[in-house]
Design a protein around this ligand. Structure first.
Ligand SMILES: Cc1cc2nc3c(=O)[nH]c(=O)nc-3n(C[C@H](O)[C@H](O)[C@H](O)COP(=O)(O)OP(=O)(O)OC[C@H]3O[C@@H](n4cnc5c(N)ncnc54)[C@H](O)[C@@H]3O)c2cc1C
Length: 302
């Protein structure tokens, strides 16, 4: 029954499909089991149309961008993972950049540079998509998406309508937004960013400096999902983890990076259970030693 509906969606909308696929290669952690069905919409209309049908037919689904902030369980996902990575158009009009949800942040930063636009340098090197970045208000080096996002077009899964949310509607806070708070009610189709005219050489130098810092400080040679924990107010979380003596600590194939204690890496063959057990161990140890609660930043799929 479900398969018939899914085949109907594929033939009605512009979507590629994969069945019984391991999700691991689609995530930066390289972890996760088999997904029943994956859909790759080829246009934002197809993304909205497919999500509308899935919702109306009561088929469980979730939307994923580059999979760089997600941990899928070892048993995979029963339902449909809708992947946005084919939706990567970026258009520039004066100081306004409009990007489809699957566009890479690094490419977007490159477009801003080409057009001498400043404000997006911070996102250069974040391995995510526009949709994922808006969803979690991605940020780095004291800047974040909320500072440059003007509006975004979304599909509302409650009403099956397409609507525009302005920056203020997105209810942004540190690594959070209406998109997460509403329990995935909205699918982001595209986003509009307002940048400022700047000096190309200065923008390029800033981007290169951020990239060098990433290469120097982050364990980019290993699969991970970036910082495993949010910043605890008043603390540097990586320092707390380091001071708790946890650098290099392993559970199975999951390890606290020896290069950056805020990262959990897949040192080889890590399972989702290894990662979640390690996260719990870190949280417990930091709480016992310093009395500080640290909250996970990685989205754990159930
Ligand atoms: C090496 C490394 C470095 C990183 N550095 C940073 C950093 O400096 N700063 C930072 O903030 N993050 C960082 N990250 C984490 C991650 O790259 C960002 O959070 C990124 O914005 C996630 O985008 P994504 O496309 O990969 O999202 P995904 O991981 O695919 O999804 C994340 C969440 O967004 C939702 N989502 C994705 N697309 C849509 C959409 N179109 N509509 C609705 N919901 C959607 C998903 O359902 C999921 O809940 C890093 C990760 C790695 C691996």
């Amino acid at each position: 029954m479900t398969e018939k509906i899914l085949n109907g969606i594929v033939s009605k909308y512009e979507c590629e499909a994969k069945k019984n696929q391991s999700i691991a290669p689609y995530t930066s952690f390289r972890i996760g089991g088999c997904v029943d069905f994956m859909l790759f919409p080829q246009s934002t209309e197809a993304l909205a149309g497919a999500c509308c049908e899935l919702k109306e037919k009561g088929i469980r689904f979730m939307v994923m961008g580059n999979g760089s902030n997600l941990l899928f369980p070892d048993h995979g996902y029963r339902g449909v993972v809708v992947v946005t990575t084919e939706l990567k158009n970026i258009t520039v009009n004066g100081n306004i950049i409009t990007a489809e949800c699957g566009a890479s942040l690094t490419k977007l930063a490159g477009s801003a540079l080409e057009n001498s636009l400043t404000g997006f340098e911070f996102a250069y090197g974040i391995p995510g998509s526009v949709g994922g970045a808006v969803y979690m208000n991605a940020g780095a080096y004291v800047s974040e998406v909320s500072e440059v996002l003007k509006s975004c077009t979304c599909f509302d899964t409650n009403t099956c309508e397409i609507l525009t949310l302005d920056n203020a509607d997105c209810d942004f806070s540190y690594r959070n937004s209406i998109f997460e708070k509403s329990g995935n009610r909205y699918v982001i189709l595209d986003a509009v960013f307002e940048l400022s005219k700047g000096d190309k050489d200065v923008i390029r130098a800033q981007m290169n400096e951020f990239m060098s810092k990433r290469r120097e400080k982050q364990p980019l040679e290993y699969p991970s999902a970036g910082s495993a924990f949010k910043r605890a107010p008043g603390y540097f979380t990586a320092k707390l983890i380091d001071d708790a003596g946890l650098k290099g600590f392993c559970i199975g194939g999951a390890q606290v990076s020896t290069k950056h204690a805020g990262f959990i890496i897949n040192a080889g063959g890590a399972t989702a259970d290894d990662v979640t057990s390690l996260m719990k161990h870190i949280q417990k140890t930091v709480k016992e030693k310093f009395g500080v609660d640290i909250e996970g930043e990685i989205r754990i799929v159930e």
